[in-house]
Structures are given as structure tokens and as C-alpha cells.
Design a protein around this ligand. Structure first.
Ligand SMILES: [Mg+2]
Length: 256
């Protein structure tokens, strides 16, 4: 069911019994490439394919897609694993994502939510298909990096991007939590699928009705259009419901 801002599903707190929250980065924390600004990056990748003489690796729709990840995964699909071209493309996307953090639009309420979750003793992690360096940079710029015990993002192997549960499983391990002790906040059906594969409950966040509907259509039970319900839960009243947990402030643990 859809959960409107300020309400809670069936009267039950969404974070009841939860000890950790796993955030997808682009969407739930910020808009990394607002206003189609990812398209020039996708075009750069397509230019690389033209130079290499392998533009035929893309389908017609992939030739038009604004998402660099779609292009990256398409090329990976058609080339040997950990191919040098795929690696070079992934490194380019990572550099552009780190640069994009300087113009990213903060998701309303996200930084406040991070503060409140942390004050309530919940363990936090990022689970993203973006470069972990981009998430690290953004969270540092906004003064909330230390609230996160782990950041798990795209590696050199595109096969491990969500909907593969790899980053979710890595985050659980880094935070020392079981699947039922955590909830994941994501904004795409791909996030939902990754959470399901990992056995983690999912809260959808959609900044507009279209994105919310996509999540509902994919089967998400809890879909928010704003963080008000979670902020309310983590306010003065919600604080008593959560025992302060051990906080994991160090660098992320390796996850191989
Ligand atoms: Mg996202």
C-alpha cells in the first residue's frame, strides 16, 4: 500500500524493531544528475564506443538512453568479463559522478533523517550503483559521513550492480546485522529487487507520483513521497523506542 506523508502503514511504525538503515544514494539521499545532466556522461561513453569501433554493442534504445549505467551494463554484456574497455568506461563514470556531487540536489529531509537515525542508535550504510567515492564525497560535504558505518557502491564488475544483492549483503556484513534487522530505502524497482534477494525489508521513496507508482507496480508495500513519517518516528517520541546501538564510524570493511 502507499503511505502518505505523515501516516504509517496500519498504524505500525515503519522502523519498528529495526537496528540499521541501508540508503540507496541517488534518489533517497540526493539527485546526483538533476535535469537530464547524466546525458552528457552517457554520450561520452557512446563516443568511446565509436572510437573503439564497437558502437553496435548498443541496442537502438540504449543509443538514446540518458543513463550512463545502462550504457555501461550494455557494453559489459557484450564483452568479456572485466574487459579493459568496460573498466575504462567505469572509471570515467566514477569521475563524472564524483564531480556531479558538487551540483547534486539534496533530497528534502534526508540529512535531517540521517541525523535522527544516528542519534537513535541505528547503524547506517549506503548501498549504491554509483561510485562509492561519489557517495563518500557528498556525505562528507554535508557533514554526515561519520554517521555511516559503511558505503558499498559499484565495483569494477558491473554484474554486481543492483538488482544483484551484492552491496546489500556487503552492508549487512559491515554493520554486523542480519537481514531482518535492517531496512533498505530505495527509489527504483531495481532497489526493491536487491532488497528482496537479500531478505531485507524495503521502504520506497519516490519524489513524484510517477516514481511512486513504479515502485507500487513492482510490489513495494511501503512507498513514501516524503520522509515525514520516518522523521516523526525518529523524533523525540521515537527516541525511546530504540536502544542506542554500537556505532560503526570507521572506514568500510572490505567486502569481497
Ligand atoms: Mg536510486
Amino acid at each position: 500500500m502507499a503511505v502518505e506523508a505523515g501516516t504509517k502503514r496500519g498504524g505500525q511504525p515503519l522502523l519498528s524493531g529495526i537496528r540499521g538503515v541501508l540508503f540507496d544514494f541517488d534518489g533517497p539521499v540526493c539527485r546526483l544528475f538533476p535535469n537530464e545532466s547524466s546525458r552528457p556522461v552517457a554520450d561520452e561513453l557512446r563516443d568511446m564506443l565509436v572510437r573503439e569501433g564497437v558502437k553496435q554493442l548498443l541496442t537502438a534504445s540504449e543509443e538514446q538512453n540518458k543513463d550512463p549505467h545502462v550504457v555501461l551494463q550494455a557494453v559489459h554484456r557484450g564483452r568479456p568479463k572485466r574487459d579493459q574497455l568496460v573498466r575504462a568506461m567505469e572509471e570515467l563514470v566514477s569521475r563524472r559522478e564524483v564531480a556531479a556531487t558538487q551540483k547534486a540536489l539534496p533530497t528534502p529531509g534526508a540529512v535531517e533523517l540521517i541525523h535522527r537515525l544516528w542519534k537513535n542508535g541505528l547503524r547506517l550504510a549506503v548501498v549504491t550503483n554509483n561510485s562509492p567515492s561519489a557517495a563518500d564525497r557528498y556525505l562528507r560535504d554535508w557533514g554526515v559521513r561519520d554517521q555511516f558505518g559503511a558505503i558499498h557502491g559499484r565495483s569494477s564488475d558491473p554484474d554486481l550492480m543492483k538488482p544483484h544483492p551484492h552491496v546489500v549483503l556487503c552492508a549487512l556484513r559491515s554493520l554486523g546485522l542480519g537481514p531482518t534487522e535492517a531496512v533498505m530505502i530505495g527509489d527504483t524497482p531495481t532497489d526493491l529487487e536487491a532488497a528482496r534477494h537479500a531478505g531485507v525489508r524495503f521502504i520506497g521513496y519516490g519524489r513524484n507520483e510517477l516514481k511512486q507508482q513504479r515502485l507500487r507496480d513492482a510490489g513495494a508495500e511501503d512507498v513514501l513521497g516524503a520522509y515525514a513519517p520516518l522523521l516523526d518516528e525518529m523524533g523525540e517520541k521515537g527516541a525511546a523506542a530504540h536502544e542506542p546501538g554500537a556505532r560503526s564510524l570507521g572506514e568500510p570493511a572490505a567486502c569481497l
